[in-house]
Unconditional design. Structure first.
Length: 206
């Protein structure tokens, strides 16, 4: 992969990561509830989900997912149900100041799994990568090193962007201390999870 192609992919990776979606909502919600440091397993889980998406595209399963209506709908249905579940959990969360929430439920393993499932259960991301990634792969060069470079680049960019979302939520929302304010923030994030599920449910393959 040439330097010029790699720089172009970095731009694409930044745009992909910055685009509003379930990942950004999950990072902000965990940042609000647990603080930035406690949100790191959630961000790490998202990278495992991204790695799985790239693996699926790299070995050709992405093409199968794009071609098979049943496989596509099954993955999409799981993603929609899971996002709705996260929305309901967030909506019914008891309002706690951030300092107390940091010590509340939300183990690193649970946050890691949550982040992984948010990204891994999104067929929209698979279809998007299937359409975008081949544009940066040189068919005349060995594919594995190129996919590894793309995976490392996308992972680093996504960690930076998602850390920004989580840090913003932890720092800005730390100012919210009244139970009524925190309750409405929880409901707001819960509603955003459900809204993301609605957008995913409406997504159709080209």
């Amino acid at each position: 992969m040439s330097l010029q192609v790699w720089l172009a992919f970095i731009v694409a990776a930044v745009l992909i990561s910055l685009s509003p979606g379930a990942g950004a909502i999950s990072c902000m919600a965990s940042g609000m509830r647990y603080g930035y440091r406690r949100s790191l397993p959630n961000i790490a889980g998202m990278q495992l989900g991204v790695a799985l998406q790239l693996l699926v595209v790299g070995i050709g399963l992405g093409a199968l997912l794009a071609a098979s209506t049943l496989a596509f709908n099954l993955v999409k249905a799981f993603g929609v149900v899971y996002l709705c579940y996260l929305g309901w959990q967030q909506f019914r969360t008891e309002p706690r100041p951030l300092q107390l929430a940091e010590a509340a439920a939300g183990t690193p393993r649970a946050l890691l799994v949550q982040g992984f499932l948010v990204n891994a259960s999104n067929p929209k991301a698979t279809i998007f990568l299937l359409a975008v990634l081949p544009q940066f792969i040189d068919p005349h060069a060995p594919p594995l090193p190129q996919y590894l470079v793309c995976m490392a680049t996308l992972t680093v960019v996504d960690i930076i962007v998602m850390s920004g979302y989580a840090l913003f939520a932890a720092r800005v929302l730390r100012l919210l201390r009244e139970p009524r304010q925190l309750r409405w923030m929880n409901r707001g994030f819960g509603g955003m999870f459900v809204l993301a599920a609605g957008f995913l449910a409406l997504f159709r393959r080209a």
